[in-house]
Every structure is written in structure tokens, then in C-alpha cells.
Design a binder for this molecule. Structure first.
Ligand SMILES: *[C@@H]1O[C@H](CO)[C@@H](O)[C@H](O)[C@H]1NC(C)=O
Ligand SMILES: *[C@@H]1O[C@H](CO)[C@@H](O)[C@H](O)[C@H]1NC(C)=O
Length: 274
């Protein structure tokens, strides 16, 4: 009897605790531990590279110094720093196998030797990038006013996106509805063709952390307490997952969800048995 109790105790310590995402069981493992805050996660599906920006937490907490950050590529288990620019975010054009890097002095593309090669918009301090899979546009957020611009990748023209006053995080779905959060407020969407953005309900102010599009084309928000599906036809997001850590980045790849928080990037994959 005692032996059984001991065995039960041991197995409960080692038992995987499945996480639930959208009703399915996922197991969680850490794929990278690194000093700093990994944000702006995005995967290049062509080679499985995970791109992320690493923020120096001490510089983030100090008002006197500019926030320090570096652009990284996580490839085959190793983080590689893109060391020839001040990288601030990345976006992947999967169809054309191009990786764009936002820098504090314009837009670059990643070359074969993991360096950033300048392509344009000199003088622009670009803090965010988003590439929707379905059109030839790249969305860029420019410091200090965090205005959003759409860059046409064929003509290289840059146009301000009207009716989105600013964005700290953003995603654009395949119908060109824009989901964003600006100035630590509520999360909003500007539907294609509309003049006025609409605010989602139920998500506390200043709790949106990152947005990504999942493999089903759904817009997924990572907020302080979990993951929410933001739908263009409902103001009430659907909660898909509870989290016990505050996320700083989110990306999807195949059946996996990648989530970062201070000092670590986790992979949640759909093979949890318990
Ligand atoms: C699973 O959860 C139990 C109860 O909260 C805990 O004691 C155990 O350490 C957890 N196991 C793992 C692998 O996290
Ligand atoms: C990549 O860019 C770096 C820096 O501009 C340059 O030195 C290097 O030759 C480039 N590599 C390739 C393969 O183009």
C-alpha cells in the first residue's frame, strides 16, 4: 500500500500537465532560455527559422536610457544575432522567401549569411512589422508617433494607413481587417472599408501583449491571462487558452504554438497524453 502511494506521488510529480488550447491538449517545453525579454516572434515556414527581438530588461526599466534590443534568428536550437543593424522586429514573406528586418534606420532584408541588407526608408525608426500572407503589403509602425504604414512590396510605395491612429502591436487578416492596440489601451479592429475602429470587450486595458495569425487564419491575441481569438464578426473575443505567465510574443508553426516570456521561449505542441 505504501509503495503504491509513493509511486503515485512520484508519477504525479513527473506527470506532464497538459495545457488546453481551443479544447485540445498541448504539452509545454522550453526551447530556449536566454537573458532578456524575447518579443516579436515569427517563424519562416520555409526553413523553420524562428525570428525574435530580444529586449534588454534593465534598459526597458530605466527611463534614462533608450531601450536596447537585438534581432535574433533561432535556428536548429541555436540563437544567432543579426549583428550589423539595430534590429527591432521581423516579418516573413513566405511566398517569396524573404525576411524583412525593421531597424532604427529603415528597412532591411536578411541575407544568406544572416546579415541585414538595407533596402529602403532610410531615417524611419521602424518598431513593428507585419506581413499578411494574402497580399503584397508589409505593414510597418514608425516611431515616435507609432503611425502605421502599408508598404507595397511591388512598387515600394509607402502609404499611411488611415483611421488607425497608432499601433504598438498589430495583425492584418486575409480580408485586410486590421487588429491593433495602441498606447496601452484596449484592443481594436478596423474592418476593411470602415472609417472607425471598434473596441473589443472583456479584455482589460493594457493587457494585450502580442498578436499573430494561426494556421487557420484566425487572429490570436496573447494577453496577460491567456490567448483569445479575435473575430471580425464579434466584439466578444473567444478565450482559447489560460496562461500562468505573462506572454511577450506569440507565433504559430504547423501544430505548435510558440510563446515567449521573460528569459524563455516555450513551444506548446499537440501531443500531450494526460
Ligand atoms: C503537474 O502539476 C502538479 C500539481 O500542480 C505538480 O505538483 C507537478 O509538479 C506538475 N508537473 C510538472 C511536470 O510540471
Ligand atoms: C550579406 O551581407 C553582408 C553585410 O552587408 C555582406 O558582407 C555579405 O557579403 C552578404 N552575404 C551574401 C551571401 O550576400
Amino acid at each position: 500500500m505504501r509503495l503504491i502511494i509513493i509511486l503515485l506521488a512520484i508519477s504525479s510529480v513527473y506527470a506532464e500537465n497538459c495545457s488546453i488550447f481551443d479544447g485540445e491538449k498541448y504539452s509545454k517545453r522550453s526551447i530556449l532560455t536566454i537573458k532578456g525579454l524575447p518579443t516579436n516572434l515569427v517563424v519562416n515556414p520555409n526553413n523553420k527559422d524562428l525570428l525574435f527581438t530580444l529586449i534588454d530588461i534593465e534598459s526597458l526599466q530605466s527611463d534614462d536610457v533608450q531601450t536596447k534590443m537585438d534581432q535574433y534568428i533561432f535556428r536548429q536550437g541555436e540563437p544567432i544575432k543579426v549583428d550589423n543593424v539595430n534590429g527591432q522586429a521581423a516579418a516573413v514573406d513566405a511566398e517569396n522567401n524573404m525576411v524583412y528586418i525593421a531597424t532604427d534606420d529603415g528597412l532591411s532584408v536578411l541575407n544568406k549569411t544572416n546579415k541585414a541588407n538595407f533596402i529602403g526608408f532610410k531615417g524611419d525608426d521602424i518598431t513593428q512589422l507585419f506581413k499578411p500572407p494574402s497580399n503584397n503589403k508589409l505593414y510597418a509602425v514608425v516611431y515616435p508617433d507609432s503611425e502605421v504604414y502599408a508598404i507595397d512590396l511591388v512598387t515600394n510605395e509607402k502609404n499611411k494607413v488611415e483611421n488607425v491612429p497608432c499601433a504598438f502591436i498589430l495583425a492584418v487578416d486575409k480580408k485586410e481587417n486590421i487588429f491593433y492596440e495602441c498606447e496601452s489601451k484596449y484592443i481594436k479592429m478596423l474592418l476593411k472599408g470602415f472609417q472607425e475602429a471598434i473596441e473589443f470587450v472583456g479584455i482589460p486595458k493594457n493587457s494585450a501583449r502580442a498578436i499573430a495569425i494561426d494556421p487557420h487564419g484566425r487572429v490570436i491575441l496573447a494577453a496577460n491571462d491567456g490567448l483569445y481569438w479575435l473575430r471580425p464578426d464579434s466584439l466578444i473575443p473567444r478565450k482559447l487558452m489560460d496562461l500562468d505567465f505573462v506572454p511577450s510574443g506569440i507565433a504559430f508553426y504547423d501544430d505548435s504554438i510558440l510563446l515567449s516570456t521573460s528569459g524563455v521561449i516555450y513551444e506548446f505542441s499537440g501531443n500531450c497524453k494526460n
